[in-house]
Design a protein around this ligand. Structure first.
Ligand code: NCD
Length: 308
């Protein structure tokens, strides 16, 4: 039995046992719901609210489907037309929503720390789930990436994982590193142009590299990241063609990785910038499987937070 999770705002300091428990729960749920074709009823009578202040395709839809498939009611709060647009502070929005009784709030926001802030201000038993806060954390993405890797390579301790792209603005990279480190992966390489690499002290367990040809050498898993222009100053935005030339994953580069290297990307992907189309759609790509796993992992997280 793992310690009870009350909220999910980060994977930092999450013990291995909890991550493994969530991976196994997601697999059990996937089987019980027959890959999404059968509805479960474990959250009947519960209400989940999606509160997204930033664009999202995969994360928002998969949280919505996850809640529906567990029998919960789902409310998608349209932040464009809400009172936040009239200047209401987030704490007042939170308390207003709590007064209507909610079991979980899934929040995405451009500011780092918003999800933690909501956990401190919540007045009810509502569970807060972070769906991405600035460049800080995206815990369910870290968990679904771990689940995707686990299906092929459960021997996390032996893996070399290369994460390439806009690392310094990436909440996905941070959450992936937290999950992989907890699961015992010793070889984690973070690669990108110098302007998009983090400070080494932020990632003490990782190797920081600028040369993708070196970084991908012998890798068992390669995770590509989008250039997150919305978080960059104009001078940091690399030229697309030269970026693809140095950091794009093409067939030739992939051949340097270990045989059968898993190719992953959290999406949205930019073809011919961080990844060549024939690699994104190739046999080693697990990108759509990550999307499918996202629903099962979010079902596991909602079930864990709301039924224990
Ligand atoms: C990521 C995000 O929003 O952090 N996307 C996602 O949730 N699948 C990555 C990105 O936007 O590049």
């Amino acid at each position: 039995m793992t310690a009870r999770l009350r909220h999910l705002t980060t994977l930092e300091h999450m013990p291995r046992i909890t991550i493994v428990h969530l991976i196994k729960r997601a697999i059990a749920i996937r089987d019980a719901c027959a890959h999404g074709t059968r509805k479960l009823n474990t959250l009947a009578g519960r209400t989940v609210l999606n509160l997204f202040f930033e664009p999202s395709t995969r994360t928002r839809t998969s949280f919505e489907l996850a809640a529906y498939r567990l029998g919960a009611d789902v409310v998608n709060f349209d932040t464009r037309w809400s009172s936040t647009a009239k200047g209401e502070v987030l704490h007042d929005t939170l308390h207003t929503l709590e007064a209507m009784h909610l079991d979980a709030i899934v929040v995405r926001h451009k500011n780092t720390g918003i999800a933690d802030e909501l956990t401190r201000h919540a007045m009810s038993a509502v569970a807060i789930i972070n769906a991405g806060d600035g460049h800080h954390a995206h815990p369910t993405q870290g968990l679904l990436d771990a689940l995707t890797i686990y299906q092929y390579r459960p021997d996390f301790e032996n893996l070399t994982v290369t994460i390439c792209g806009d690392i310094c603005h990436s909440r996905v990279a941070r959450s992936d590193v937290h999950a992989l480190t907890a699961l015992g992966t010793k070889q984690i390489r973070l690669c990108g142009p110098a302007t998009l690499l983090p400070e080494a002290f932020d990632y003490p367990s990782c190797q920081i590299m600028e040369d993708f040809d070196q970084a991908i050498e012998g890798a068992d898993v390669t995770i590509l990241l989008r250039l997150q222009k919305e978080r960059m100053t104009a001078s940091d935005v690399p030229d697309k063609a030269s970026y693809f030339h140095r950091y794009g994953l093409n067939q030739k580069r992939l051949a340097r990785a270990a045989k059968g290297c898993l190719v992953m990307h959290p999406g949205p992907l930019n073809r011919e910038i961080e990844i060549a189309s024939n690699v994104a759609d190739g046999v080693q790509s697990h990108i759509l499987e990550q999307v499918a796993n996202g629903v099962f992992m979010r079902m596991a997280v909602l079930d864990e937070l709301l039924t224990r």
